[in-house]
Design a protein around this ligand. Sequence first.
Ligand SMILES: [Zn+2]
Ligand SMILES: [Zn+2]
Length: 156
Amino acid sequence: MLRIDIRDLQRGPVDTMGVLEPGAKALEGLALELEGPVAIDGRLQSSSEGEYLWRGQISATVLGECRRCLAPVRHEVDADVDVLFSRDADATDDPSVYPLSDSATHVDVTDAVREELALAAPTLVLCREDCAGLCPKCGADLNAGPCGCAGSAEPV
Ligand SMILES: [Zn+2]
Ligand SMILES: [Zn+2]
């Protein structure tokens, strides 16, 4: 369950567990290519009046491109997140605090999953630490060996 009734939270912590398929509405517009669903785990609890703390885990497989040689790279994202949902309009100046309207009856952790996933995803992906990259002159994949251009040994 990813959308938790606030009345349940007043009784005690509630486990948050679920999956979001790549086409899920909550993930729309995310500049990430996902392989398979995003798995969500964790626990949501009331922390103070009108505030709910979510300690969650977000796991997904992101597809990317090696920045040096453009080979496809699969990257596992495993993020532990600490997120606060708050009815306090002032608290939400903090980007890690998600707003709840006064009339909200539920806390939906999927609101946070999208942004936390985007933050956790790697911005610089390499197929391996010592990827040799492509030759800037002829474009040959230098992982396969030298291409013969002079001075092309420098990785991009
Ligand atoms: Zn590479
Ligand atoms: Zn070359």
